[in-house]
Structures are given as C-alpha cells and as structure tokens.
Design a protein. Structure first.
Ligand code: GLN
Length: 213
C-alpha cells in the first residue's frame, strides 16, 4: 500500500477545548491508523501562522465567551486569511461550537458586544437569554447516506444560516443552531461547523470517516 500521511492544524488547543473536544483528534488519529494513515498534529497557538499547503485538516474546538474574546484578534489578524484560503482550496475542518461561531460572520455576546468572526461561512450568532444544554441527536446526510449523529450541546449562542448554507443536519432531539428552525450546524465544502460536543467524533465514526475521506 502507498504511504499516506495527514497533517492536522489544531487551532488554539489551550483556549478552545471544552467537554473533551480534544478527543476528536484522538478519534481522527485512531480511525486514520486503522487505514494505515499516519497523522501528525501541530498546535496552532496565538502568534502561529497557518502555512500555505501544510495542513489537510483543521480542528477548532469550543470555548467560553471569554476565551473567544481572548483569541479572536489573533485569529483574524494572524491566521484568518490563510485559513480561509486553505478551506477554499479544499482542506477539511471540524469546528465545534465556539470555533464554529468564529468561522461565521460574528457572535454577539450577552450584553450586545459583537465578536467579529472570519465570515468564511455565511452564518451569524446572537446570544440567547438561556443556554441550550443537553444531549442532542441529529439526522444528517453524508455522501448521500443518512446517518444519525449524537452529541452534547452547551451554548448560549443562537446561530442562523445565510441563504444557501446547508445545515449539517436536522435536529431530532435538542436545540441545534437556534432552537427554532430545526437546523444543526453547517456544511460548506469539506468544513463542518457544529454544536455537538461529546466529543463528537468518537461517538460518530461516520462523521470521522467522512472528514478523513
Ligand atoms: N461561548 C459560546 C456560547 O456559549 C460557545 C460555547 C461552546 O463552545 N460550548 O455559545
């Protein structure tokens, strides 16, 4: 078999890591290994650039509002443009909760302050008056196959999708993007934004394998 390896950029591992999000990378590495694919994970900390053509997959975990406020300037000024170019060129990405919000246009936190996002996805987020907390089950279609994805959500933000943005799935149980329109997450090119923690990949091998593919 041909040697195959992947390189992963883990965005802000010390700031954006809630509810075991780091486990997503363990599942990714494990299922790659089952196929003889080796994976090298590099941390992308504040100050680090996103080098051209270096990464096959990015992982951006969730964070508290406070942590999102700590990193957004570095994200936009230091990494944003290069990350956008890599995603445009087909790099895969899993962005969970706070990371998902920062790939969108903005996140208006409680009290009205707006944290600007990258705007790579046409989605935007506003804080609700309550938190959406609990187990969540969604139905998603990946490569034409209907799959159920399970996870745990805990977010104050309500996310709305611009016209033409495909949700990752339809909510069966839980709140999802905003608790109103039945959508959960977003799927643009090879980029998945989602509110599913858990972490999501160890619980949902279909999604792990889709991202690996
Ligand atoms: N701070 C954001 C919110 O509350 C994201 C939370 C998260 O990543 N779990 O909506």
């Amino acid at each position: 078999m041909k040697d195959c390896s992947l390189r992963v950029g883990h965005l802000y591992p010390d700031h954006m890591n809630l509810y075991g999000d780091r486990g997503n990378l363990m599942a990714f590495v494990y299922r790659a290994g089952l196929r003889g694919i080796t994976v090298e994970v590099e941390q992308l900390q504040p100050g680090d650039p996103v080098a051209r053509g270096r990464y096959d997959f990015f992982f951006f975990g969730g964070g508290q509002d406070n942590e999102q406020e700590q990193i957004y300037e570095d994200f936009l000024s230091r990494k944003g443009q290069d990350l956008a170019r890599e995603l445009d060129d087909g790099a895969a990405c899993l962005a969970v909760c706070g990371g998902y919000q920062l790939l969108g246009r903005s996140y208006e936190v409680y009290g009205g302050k707006k944290i600007p996002g990258l705007g790579w996805m046409d989605v935007w987020t506003e804080a609700g008056s309550t938190r959406a907390i609990g187990n969540i089950l969604i139905e998603s279609t990946l490569d034409g196959r209907v799959v159920e994805l399970a996870g745990f959500e805990n977010h104050g933000g309500r996310t709305f999708l611009g016209e033409g943005v495909t949700p990752l799935g339809r909510v069966v149980i839980g709140s999802g993007n905003n608790g109103q329109d039945g959508t959960e997450g977003a799927l643009v090119k090879s980029v998945v934004g989602t509110y599913l923690h858990g972490p999501v990949l160890p619980k949902n091998s279909a999604l792990t394998d889709w991202l690996l593919a």
